[in-house]
Unconditional design. Structure first.
Length: 386
């Protein structure tokens, strides 16, 4: 595998001018990141299965051990989002064009799942009905800014509210990164890490008026860190461990999460591993190195991961009408229920992807010049977790 000094041999050569623009589009696709995106979505699904109490006894303890830290999948998506958007950024793109593509990418599925959540709220007696203000905040993707509203309607959409904020600042961020050069970008990455550490300490000691876990501004450093690593890879200046070592560090951090205060503090445990894993997977693709994550089935599942993320919790919520709250089944019954929920969520995600996500994106982007509609790399955010 790659060593700590591996360069992106298929990326553009190092630039000495800090103000140099990004390499011409299109940039190479990175299928391994799409496969990794599916694994992050699967962690979130496992967490929610645990939270819904499908298993009892020893089986519940095993599920808790394996998926109790699944909320960190959201952090992975935030870092990944920064990496992918920077990797695919177009040299002379305008902010309005970028925002239009982002709306085309996430908003149609968000609106459809929001309608599903609204119908469920008015037809299932055990679900709370949103107020008009809560509904409007969800539509506008600003509900995550106020903690009492962050999980109203489709709970996982809180992370989309964070992503909407990231999208708003990205045109300024990419302009800054292109001016900073490699050393400046590295310094910005270090500042992002330091910010996460300070915020985690403040959140753990309740120095903030509300939890920082769902606060878009508090999650911005993770996005910036992903953007920084992508910029360094593009410049041929990334230095990091190979795919296997990076994955090992990410796994170690994941299982260290139960040792810290729940919530935002978990970000500290996995941030280093995720930040190293994403560029390592990208370099594996660029350099033709072995990578399990670009297997065609994983890539296909990664393409469905956003829709899967957006629909799976609604499926689990609907199931409580039949199964009750925290049924704590035995092993066989729990596996049967979990498999059914997973299969239904995956089937609905395929419908959302093929009938909503893809055609809506084509419709919204119709009429744009060919240069503006070059497909972007697939990996991208999507998760909530609680």
């Amino acid at each position: 595998m790659t060593t700590a000094t591996t360069r992106a041999t298929r990326t553009p050569p190092t630039r000495t001018d800090p103000a140099a623009s990004s390499p011409p589009s299109p940039t190479p696709s990175l299928p391994s990141l799409t496969g990794l995106r599916w694994m992050a979505a699967l962690l979130v699904f496992g967490l929610h299965v645990h939270n819904f109490g499908y298993f009892g006894g020893a089986a519940d303890r095993i599920v808790s051990w394996g998926f109790g830290a699944g909320a960190t999948g959201v952090s992975f998506f935030f870092v990944l989002s920064g990496f992918v958007l920077t990797w695919s950024a177009r040299p002379h793109d305008r902010a309005l064009g970028f925002w239009r593509r982002r709306i085309a990418r996430v908003y149609p599925v968000h609106l459809v799942t929001l309608v599903v959540a609204l119908v469920m709220a008015y037809t299932l007696a055990h679900l709370p009905r949103p107020t008009p203000k809560q509904g409007l905040a969800n539509v506008l993707l600003v509900h995550s800014w106020w903690h009492p509203w962050w999980q109203t309607l489709n709970p996982v959409s809180w992370s989309l509210a964070c992503e909407a904020f990231f999208y708003a600042v990205f045109p300024a961020l990419i302009l800054l990164l292109r001016r900073l050069g490699a050393r400046g970008a590295t310094a910005l990455g270090g500042l992002s890490v330091a910010t996460v550490l300070v915020l985690a300490w403040a959140d753990a000691h309740h120095w903030t008026s509300q939890s920082l876990y769902s606060m878009p501004s508090a999650r911005l450093p993770e996005f910036v860190l992903g953007a920084v690593t992508a910029r360094l890879v593009l410049l041929g200046r990334w230095r990091g461990p190979g795919l296997e070592a990076s994955l090992a560090l990410a796994v170690i951090g994941y299982f260290f999460v139960p040792q810290v205060t729940p919530g935002y503090s978990a970000t500290v445990c996995t941030l280093a591993g995720f930040t190293l894993l994403i560029p390592a997977a990208a370099l594996a693709d660029l350099n033709g190195l072995p990578s399990l994550w670009r297997h065609r089935r994983l890539v296909r599942l990664g393409e469905l991961s956003f829709a899967f993320y957006m629909i799976h919790l609604l499926v689990l919520r609907a199931g409580t009408s039949l199964l009750g709250t925290k049924p704590h089944f035995g092993v066989l019954a729990g596996l049967a229920v979990t498999t059914t929920a997973f299969a239904l969520s995956l089937a609905l995600s395929w419908v959302l992807y093929e009938a909503v996500e893809r055609p809506a994106r084509r419709l919204i982007l119709r009429g744009r010049r060919t240069r503006e509609t070059t497909p972007e790399p697939k990996p991208e955010p999507a998760p909530s977790a609680r």
